[in-house]
Structure formats: C-alpha cells, structure tokens
Design a protein around this ligand. Structure first.
Ligand code: TRP
Ligand code: ZN
Length: 881
C-alpha cells in the first residue's frame, strides 16, 4: 500500500534528538528471485537524557518483520509492537550497549516507487534518500543518526557477479548453490539515507587516481552490459571533479574505492551514497551519436555534484531535512563553480540564471512558495525543489560575494574543520563564515527564512554641474503563499559605472554601503552619491546576477543599448538584451490586439544582431544572446490573465523579425558549421555548434522553409546537429512530409536506445499546436511507452505539461484533464514522479478566466480521486490553496 495522506505536518520547531544512540550497523542482505531477506544488527544505547525504560521506536514503510532479537535472544511477543510503519521495543535495556537483531523480507520486483530496494532491468539497487532505508529495515531513519556500517551481500553468482556497497571491499567468496558473497565496510559515520547496495551483471571501467596527499584510489563506473564505453566521458569528468575539489577547496577523497553505477529506472538525476554513487543512466552514458552538447554538460555537472557531496553532504550531513539546502544549495554552488572553471564562466552563469528564472522564480511567486529552509512539510520528497537547490546555491554565492573569495574560503575551511563527522544546521554553517571573518551575517540569514523574490528598484540621476551621480536603491518583498516575513535583507549588488570608452570608472563615494564593486543594500531604501566621474556614466547593476531578485531598473532604452555594446561585464550585456526582449514580448503579449506592430523594436533587434556578429565574443555567448526568453517565462512576467496562444504568437513573430533582419548574418554563421569536423565535446566546440544551430533556427523561421533543416538532418554527424534540425522540422512544420520522414528516420535509427527514444518522445510532446495533445495521447499507446520508467514518463507527460504552453494550457481544458488523469495512474506506480509532474499546474491562477476555471476543475477532480499518495495530495492541496 502507498503511503496516503495522514494529515500530519512535520515542524522544524519540534526537532529533538533520538532517545537512543546508534553505535553501529551490521547487515546481511540475501537476494533471491522474487524476494530479499535482510538481517540487521543495530548496536544501540540509551541516551543519558532519556528516561530508563523509555520505548525505542523505529521507522518502517511497507515492511514485514520476520525476526526480532535482543542480545541474541528472540524477543517475546509482549515485548514489542510491529506494524508496516513502525517497530516499538517496549522496554530496552536501561544500561549499556545492546544489540537489536531485526529481520525483514521485501520484494524488490514489486517496488515500483523506486525507493528502498528495487530492481531495474534485473539489477538490484537501492535509493534511500530521503526516507527509503525504512523500506528495507526498521530503523532510526533520520539524518542525525550516524553510524559505521558493515554490509554482507549474498546473491546468485550468475545473476549478480557484481556485489557493491558503501565503503571499502573487505571480503568475498563462494557459497553453495552457485551463490557468492561480498562484505563491504564503511568506516565513516553516515546517516541511513546514504546507504546503498547494487548487485547485478554489470560491465565495469576502472581507473586509478592518486589524491593530493598520495592516497591511491580505484575509480569504477558500472553500466549495463555492452555500454561501458559510453562511460568514458563520465570517468574523465569524475577525475577532473576530484582534482578541482582538491585545488579549490582543499578537499580530497577518503576511501580506497569510489564507484558509480548507471541505472535505467531512477527517480531523479543521481544519488551521492557514500563511496557508491548511483546515477540515472542519462547522466553517465553518452557518445556523440546519442548525446547532445547539453547532455555532455549535464553529465559533467551531475558527476561533479554527486562527487562534491562527499564533503558537502556526506562528511558533513544535515541535522534534519529542514536543513536540506545545507548540502544541496552548497553542492549546487560548488558544481556551478566547477563548470565555470572548466567551461566559460559567463556562459555558465547565464545558464544558471536562466534556470533560476525559469524554475525557481515561478515557484517562489506561486502557491508552492517556501523558504530556502522550510519550517514545515507534509512530504519531504516534495522539497527537493528549485528553491532549495538553485536559490540555495544563490545564497551561498551571495555569501561569497559579501566576503570575497578569500573570506569565503576561510569560512568553508572552518566549516569542514568544525563540523566534519557531524549533522549540522544552517545556523552552524553561517556561523562559520562569521567566525572566520568577523562579518555579521545576521541580517543576511533572513534569506534562508523569508520566502519570495524581492524586488530591487534602482534609479539614478546625474547632476552635470557638480559631476555627481545619485543612485537610489529600494528593496521590497511581497507576502506570499508561505506566509513568511518581509523584512529588508542584506542584498549584495555588484555594479560598475561604465564610461563612454567602455571602461569602468573609479568613482569617489562616502557611502559606507559601497565596498569595491559591491553595494551592500541593507535598508529598504538607500541613496548613494558618486563624484569625480568626468562624464555621465552608464550604471551597470546586478552584475553577474549578484542576488536572486526581480530587478526594476528605471534606465532609458538608449542607456541600455549603450551598455549592451559597452559593458565590460559580459553577463550584464546578455542580461540587458534579455531584459529588453523579455519586457517587449511581455507588453506585446498583454495586448495582442495590435498584432500588426512587430513585438520587438528595430533598435533592439539590431543590438542583438550586433552582439551576435561580434567575433571578439565567445560563440557560446553569442548563442545565448540569440536564445529568447521561454514562453513560460514571458507568461510569468505577463502575470495575470495570461493567454498562452498570444504569448506563443508574439515569440514566433519575434523570431521571424530577428531572422529576417539578420538573414545574411545567419546564413554566414550557419555555413561556419563544418559537418566533416571530428566531434569534440569541449565547451568551445559546443559553443560553435550552439551558434550555428541558433542561426539555422532563425533562417528556418525567416524563410518559413524546412529545406535547410532537412539538409542538416541528412548530413548531421552528431546528435547535437541532428536533434536541432529534427526539432526545427517537427516544431515548425508538424505533419508535413519532411517532418514525418525525419521523425521516422530518427525512430528507425534509435528505437533500441532508451535514452535517445526519450528525445523522440519529448520532441513530439512539445509541438506548439493545440492538436499536439492528440499526438501525445496517441504516443501513450506506443509500444515503447511505459508508465514504469521515470525518464519515459518525464519525456512524454512531464515535458508536455512543463514545456508545451500551447497544448497543455489549451483553452478547452483538454490538456489539463489529460495530465490530471495520467497523474492518477502514475501515482499508483510512483508517487514521487506524479507529485513532481503535478507542480506544472502551479501557475494556474495567472491564466485568463476560462483556462483558470478549467485548471481549477482538473485539480479539484484530481484531489477528489480515491487513494492519492501523500506526495501528490500535498502538491495538489497546496496548489489549490
Ligand atoms: N541527493 C540527490 C542529489 O541532489 C538527489 C535525491 C534526493 C535523489 N532524493 C532522491 C535522487 C531520490 C534519487 C532519488 O544529488
Ligand atoms: Zn545534491
């Protein structure tokens, strides 16, 4: 049975330590076809603060108890109470350590939630974060209970020649009946959510690695049979990540082995289990025939992210799940910094900001709003959000901006020194930066507890007679769904005063809020005066997006266009162009009546084209300039009575306008792709492909002609070029012969590659036409479609709901009804996936009345369905509130 809603809310203020201390765990896991037997021995001791004789309560989830003993003697029936959710030992020994033996039996084959012990393509694997360990054995399943683990796995040798767990391998051998065993010992104290085993017939790649102190480590990547060659890039990324963490943070690896396993059925991207990272195979397996440049970037990022968790998450973990951003926000910040160093910093930052605005801003401005550190939850799985991860990373980035690179490093060093081996809190993390540098971060810490996106309003006036620039900054935070505070926060605003020569001026100011190139805004309002400028400068604010705010800068269009050309901060050149486009398209989407006037003024189009033509700029940067804000982002900015058809029409018109005006440039840029060139996944090569493919997109839009895309599809020698061409054909000429032919060819080439098939499904789920709902419905009956594989469900249903503004938000409500019906089906199989996809309804109140009513009805019907999981019910409840 699923965990259905029990109406319970967990609150941060209710935290208290466990009554019993766990000193160690020994487990034996015997794997058979159709069942697994788990014997766990827990060494426990009453905490001195606990009253003698207090009961010991362990968590379970769908468990069957098959044995229970205390110090070797079976427990009498009256001495305990057991249910699938709980095991209570009524009066454990009051003094000294005791050993509790707990036996359970589970059926991995029937575990479709993919939490706990399950099977994926025959491979036994586990997923324990956040509360999956309790689906394997009864346990104190919370992150502040740390212990060393010793794990013995037994299985049939033919079915599972590979037996892996956390830590170091210490023993292996043969058993009767063709079975064998392996014993793994993890000396590092860890919480149960980092436990893992994997058993199966896997191929492996091994490489040696020597850490900075000379420790020798064997790195291993395991894949399904015949695919290990596709793990070469992941292995390379792993080694680069390990080196980077040594150089940048002085952190080295701590076990003799580090293993990564690629699994086909997986709820998220990957999992940082100690010494045994388990990955969605999407983030391990690739080569240029099956993966795009963004897939390569994704593998690099996720490999780094999970590896970095070894220190930020594993060596120092979270006291409770409210502190999730302690490990996730920090680790995202670390993987972003890694990618910035390995690739191109400005382009990486643009990507992170796009993601933040595309995912986190809508979450922060809608019914699912919550602070970076939530203070209550009904289902913790629903808090692995853009706010915890991406805004959490922004908060760490702000600390680094406030303290500077050296101060930040000192704080991190202190954090590692002070809390190694502990389960920590956000307060302890912030205190390390204060103690290491003497800074006062009290006001800054409000960012962790106040939900919502603050608005930062900026204006300036220049007094020519006195050569004086006065800058006014104002912050405000609207109360939102989370009901948290709205006090002024410490906002670091990186800035520059740009001269007509394109250089930053050194200006004098007496304001204490200015420190180098950062204005520390702490009040609701501040006024800063700069003198000695020599001419009226252009004010470049919020450089590198130094704070996650909604910027309202009252700046003339001519100043903005000048900065788009001159700003030495390249990020801001992009940001200013992107804002000009976003604001124009937002205005045009609000009044579709005058669709005769082009949505983008000619001088904005020219500014874009000038940047794109500037060969001194990185091609990847120029490609970013060409990527328009997405339709969902425009819809968010329209904010009320949104008509997604109007938004789509406006964005298309803008593409055509840019394409027509830049035709010659785009023809030249597209020719610069060299289809004969050997593929290299490096950032520079990827940037050139991105620019050429962006150019192709505008050519196709301007000419309304599929021919150039058809030609590229036919000659493509890598997935990036092939998929770009296919997307143009399928999205702009759906149902035509060239589109259908290319789709059929693509299917024929890749029908046996699950990862590429996901692209085929996702492409058709995003055809921007109300009729594409029928296509999606049809595809749910395709022989390759299954509700059991999360990647496939996400590719078709998730992508449809998240990225097809026109068809999901169809005026007649058919898109909403379709998704709501699928959610009920998915929920019975995998509640986490259902809940995640359900978040796509979150903006429903911002739509025009007919859609709003249709969405409300679909949500209402959903919530009235019988037996919804806790996960899905929580999301739908909060969305309707
Ligand atoms: N901790 C993982 C990460 O960020 C993500 C994660 C949380 C996860 N819960 C999960 C992964 C459940 C898979 C399944 O790296
Ligand atoms: Zn993580």
């Amino acid at each position: 049975m699923l965990r259905t809603d029990d109406g319970q809310t967990v609150k941060l203020t209710d935290y208290r330590p466990t009554d019993y201390i766990l000193h160690g765990v020994e487990m034996t896991i015997r794997l058979f076809e159709g069942a697994a037997e788990i014997d766990a021995a827990l060494t426990l001791e009453r905490r001195t603060e606990t009253a003698a004789g207090a009961p010991l309560t362990l968590d379970g989830d769908e468990l069957v108890l098959t044995g229970l003993s205390l110090d070797g003697a079976p427990l009498e029936p009256g001495a305990y109470e057991a249910s699938p959710e709980r095991l209570t030992v009524l009066s454990p020994p009051p003094e000294g350590r005791f050993r509790l033996g707990v036996s359970t039996r589970v059926v991995p084959e029937e575990n479709s939630q993919l939490m706990g012990l399950y099977r994926s393509n025959g491979i036994w694997c586990t997923q324990c974060e956040a509360e999956g360990f309790r689906r394997i054995t009864y346990f104190l399943d919370r992150p502040d209970v740390l212990a060393p683990y010793k794990v013995r796995i037994e299985a049939d040798k033919a079915k599972a020649p590979v037996l892996l767990s956390n830590g170091n391998p210490v023993e292996a051998g043969e058993l009767a009946d063709g079975r064998h065993f392996a014993v793994w010992d993890d000396p590092f104290n860890k919480p149960s959510y980092l436990f893992a085993i994997v058993a199966g017939d896997l191929d492996a790649m091994h490489e040696p690695f020597q850490t900075m102190s000379g420790r020798k480590v064997t790195l291993g990547i395991y894949t399904e049979k015949g695919r290990v060659a596709q793990a070469a890039y992941a292995m390379d990324a792993l080694k680069r990540s390990m080196r980077w963490d040594e150089r940048r943070f002085g952190r080295e690896y701590d076990l003799d082995v580090f293993n990564v396993v690629a699994i086909a059925d997986f709820n998220m991207g990957a999992m940082e289990n100690k010494g045994l990272n388990v990955f969605n195979h999407k983030y391990v397996l690739l080569d240029s025939d099956i993966a795009t440049d963004s897939d390569y970037a994704g593998v690099e990022t996720v490999i780094a992210h999970e590896y970095f968790h070894n220190w930020t998450g594993n060596r120092i973990t979270c006291r409770d799940w409210f502190q999730l951003c302690l490990k996730e926000g920090l680790t995202v910040y670390r993987d972003q910094e890694f990618s910035a160093d390995e690739r191109e910093a400005t382009v990486q930052r643009i990507g992170s900001v796009r993601r933040l605005k595309g995912h986190q801003f809508p979450e922060d401005q809608g019914p699912l709003q919550h602070p970076v550190r939530p203070d209550e939850y009904r289902e913790i799985n629903n808090f692995y959000t853009a706010t915890v991860y991406d805004k959490g990373a922004e908060l760490v980035r702000m600390i680094a901006t406030i303290l500077g690179r050296d101060g930040f490093r000192k704080g991190m060093d202190l954090y590692f020194e002070r809390h190694d081996g502990e389960a920590a809190t956000i307060e302890q993390f912030v205190a390390c930066f204060e103690d290491a540098t003497g800074a006062d971060l009290t006001q800054f810490a409000l960012w962790y507890v106040q939900a919502g996106t603050p608005t930062l309003s900026v204006s300036e006036t220049y007094d020519a007679a006195n050569d004086r620039l006065t800058v006014t900054l104002q912050q405000s935070l609207k109360p939102g769904a989370a009901g948290t505070g709205t006090a002024p926060m410490h906002i670091p605003v990186r800035f520059g005063l740009v001269g007509s020569n394109g250089q930053d001026k050194e200006a004098a100011t007496t304001s204490a809020a200015v420190e180098g190139d950062v204005i520390h805004l702490r009040e609701a309002n501040t006024r800063i005066v700069f003198e000695g400028l020599g001419e009226r400068p252009y004010l470049s604010v919020l450089r590198d997006f130094s704070a996650p705010v909604q910027l309202e800068h009252a700046q003339s269009e001519s100043d903005r266009l000048a900065l788009a050309r001159l700003d030495p901060n390249l990020f801001n050149r992009w940001r200013i162009l992107n804002d000009l486009v976003g604001q124009s398209l937002t205005i045009a989407s609000r009044s579709p009546a005058d669709s005769a006037t082009p949505p983008l003024a000619a001088d904005i189009v020219d500014a874009i084209l000038a940047s794109v033509a500037d060969v001194s700029l990185d091609p990847a940067f120029r490609a970013q300039v060409l990527a328009l804000p997405g339709e969902a982002e425009i819809a968010r900015m329209v904010a009320e009575n949104v008509d997604p058809d109007a938004v789509h029409a406006v964005v298309e018109a803008a593409r055509v306008a840019i394409g027509r005006r830049g035709m010659r440039l785009f023809e030249d840029l597209h020719k610069e792709t060299d289809p004969a060139a050997d593929f290299s996944p490096d950032a520079a090569s990827a940037g050139r492909r991105a620019l050429a493919n962006a150019a192709l997109g505008y050519l196709v839009a301007a000419k309304d002609d599929p021919a150039p895309a058809e030609a590229q599809y036919a000659s493509a020698r890598n997935m990036t070029d092939r998929l770009s061409a296919l997307a143009l054909l399928v999205h702009h000429f759906p149902g035509t012969a060239p589109a259908d032919a290319a789709l059929a060819d693509f299917y024929a080439r890749f029908e046996n590659d699950e990862l590429v098939l996901d692209k085929w499904f996702a492409l058709q789920a995003t055809i921007p036409d109300p009729a594409s709902l029928d296509t999606v419905l049809h595809l749910t009956r395709h022989p390759k479609f299954t509700l059991r594989n999360p990647n496939r469900v996400r590719a078709l249903i998730g992508t449809f709901a998240a990225a097809n503004q026109v068809a999901f938000h169809r005026a007649d409500g058919a898109g909403y009804r379709f998704v709501a019906e699928r959610l009920v089906e998915i929920d019975r199989i995998n509640p986490q996936i259902a809940a995640r996809i359900a978040t796509t309804f979150r903006a429903w109140r911002s739509f025009e009345p007919a859609r709003r009513e249709n969405a409300r009805k679909a949500l209402q019907q959903l919530i009235e369905s019988q037996g919804l999981s806790k996960d899905l019910k929580d999301i739908v409840d909060r969305s309707l509130r």
